[in-house]
Design a protein around this ligand. Structure first.
Ligand code: SF4
Length: 474
């Protein structure tokens, strides 16, 4: 694998290039942000959501299921939700948690909105979904299938840690018709795993992939991390080449981010972890990764998520280009339904307590109701996760061409060579791909950008919600 020669262009180096200094670590997936419009605490959402009305145009939707426990906390993970309860209470809490999930699934599944369309993808992640026992995983998957109308080929994703993916555990998932197994492989190099504080070791990473492939899951996806503190390009190249040789149908390649307040930030400050590379170098590694995976038959679906033909992730497609409803089940899960984004209680015990009190429709925080313009902004941002916006799809949804809706913004992006525009679509250029997080700010309201930045830098609610993919354990 070779590093492509990427140098900053003159336009990026110009002093008036407006995208360089924008704070970029905002969870743009969560838009509108889930600020508590009614203050913190339990917010009944049932009266706000049009649950009794049919889904517009019978659009398919996705279901995200949060298993909010991990065996350890990796050093810079924004998906961590909580540690597994200790042994004396674990069985009781896990059983009650699974029952609470099933009860919430049934409550949403009975709503006319979700009976008038089909669920096309379920994503069971976390935290770490594989902390469920085999029996709990089976019961949960069966209950989800019963709760939501779906076609026979609905995608069922199950994400977990290589240490949990023993042969019997994988056989059970296969018997449950999991269609896409996602393995939080991270790396096969022990020093890299140590730098991450990973819950598994290098032998387990490889073994889980080999076992999963031998069982014939329709899609096996393997998530890796690059730009980990101390990792060099030779290690990254070896990881990628070893994995491609094994031949999973999907590969997630995520760049390591040092999140504010994380253990890795503190360890770097104390000189116990190296600082990851800068944006330019990271983008170079990303470019090399994209080229290498492209040469080996993997197409990039959204940034960092690659798949062989016929193995693109439907959950991502529903969330991003299609911008459909997402029903978030479980502690910390974020839903987007109609015009509201809202989040369930972040911790497991309050979530269980609400369920046991028969209150499945209570959120911890909720966005304001999205305006038509907010929905357009969200649509553009989520399509730019996949680097392109189909003009016809935008017009069909909103009755206006995106160039008419956001003419001055697209003019500016074109001036700085960040987008190419033709009659069919608006595409991020190579430069646009590099600055894409900063470009999203063009589509957020200014006051939302500063509030969301503050939210991201506190022990955030939104940051602990759903994700598109993690290279990590769960
Ligand atoms: S990377 Fe996975 S296992 Fe590690 S803390 Fe994050 S969600 Fe948990």
């Amino acid at each position: 694998m070779e590093l492509p020669p990427i140098e900053e262009t003159a336009i990026e180096r110009a002093t008036d290039f407006p995208y360089r200094d924008v704070a970029d670590e905002i969870n743009n997936f969560v838009y509108p942000p889930t600020h508590a419009v009614d203050g913190q605490g339990s917010i009944s959402i049932e009266s706000r959501l049009p649950l009794a009305a049919a889904m517009p145009q019978s659009r398919p939707y996705a279901v995200y299921v949060s298993i909010p426990f991990c065996r350890v906390r990796c050093h810079s993970c924004h998906c961590f939700k909580g540690l597994l309860p200790n042994a004396s209470t674990r069985d009781d809490i896990m059983e009650r948690y699974v029952s609470a999930l099933i009860a919430q699934a049934n409550a949403y599944g009975q709503a006319h909105r979700f009976r008038s369309a089909v669920c096309d993808a379920i994503y069971i992640g976390g935290g770490t979904a594989s902390v469920l026992t085999e029996d709990q995983a089976s019961r949960l998957i069966s209950a989800l299938r019963r709760a939501f109308p779906h076609n026979t080929d609905m995608e069922v994703n199950f994400e977990g840690n290589p240490a949990d993916f023993t042969r019997p555990y994988l056989e059970n998932l296969k018997a449950c018709d999991v269609t896409r197994l996602s393995i939080g492989y991270q790396s096969q190099q022990q020093p890299v795993l140590d730098a991450l504080n990973s819950p598994h070791d290098a032998t387990q990473s490889r073994k889980a992939v080999v076992e999963a492939l031998s069982l014939g899951f329709p899609t096996v996806n393997v998530d890796l991390l690059y730009n980990v503190p101390g990792q060099d390009f030779a290690q990254w190249s070896r990881d990628l080449a070893d994995l491609v040789a094994l031949g999973p149908q999907g590969i997630g390649a995520g760049d390591y981010v040092v999140f504010p307040g994380s253990a890795s930030e503190k360890l770097i400050a104390r000189g116990r972890l190296q600082t990851p590379h800068d944006l330019q170098t990271t983008f170079q590694w990303y470019g090399a990764t994209r080229n290498y995976l492209g040469e080996h038959g993997y197409a990039e679906q959204v940034r960092g998520i690659f798949a062989r033909p016929g193995h693109a992730q439907r959950y991502v497609d529903l969330c991003c280009p299609q911008n459909g409803d997402i029903v978030g089940l479980g502690a910390g899960a974020i839903s987007f339904i109609d015009r509201y984004q809202f989040q369930n209680p972040v911790d497991a015990l309050p979530f269980i307590a609400l369920s046991e009190a028969d209150r499945p429709f209570e959120a911890q925080c909720i966005s304001r109701r999205a305006s038509d313009r907010d929905l357009m902004r969200r649509f553009v941002m989520h399509n730019f996760f996949a680097f392109r916006l189909n003009r016809q799809a935008f017009s069909a949804r909103f009755g206006i061409d995106p160039l008419d809706a956001f003419g001055d913004v697209f003019d500016r992006l074109r001036t700085y060579e960040l987008v190419d525009i033709d009659e069919f679509e608006i595409r991020l250029t190579e430069i646009g791909r590099k600055w894409r997080r900063n470009i999203y700010h063009e589509f957020r309201m200014p006051e939302e950008t500063s509030r969301a930045a503050a939210e991201w830098t506190t022990p955030s609610l939104a940051a602990r919600g759903n994700r598109l993919s993690s290279a990590n354990g769960g």
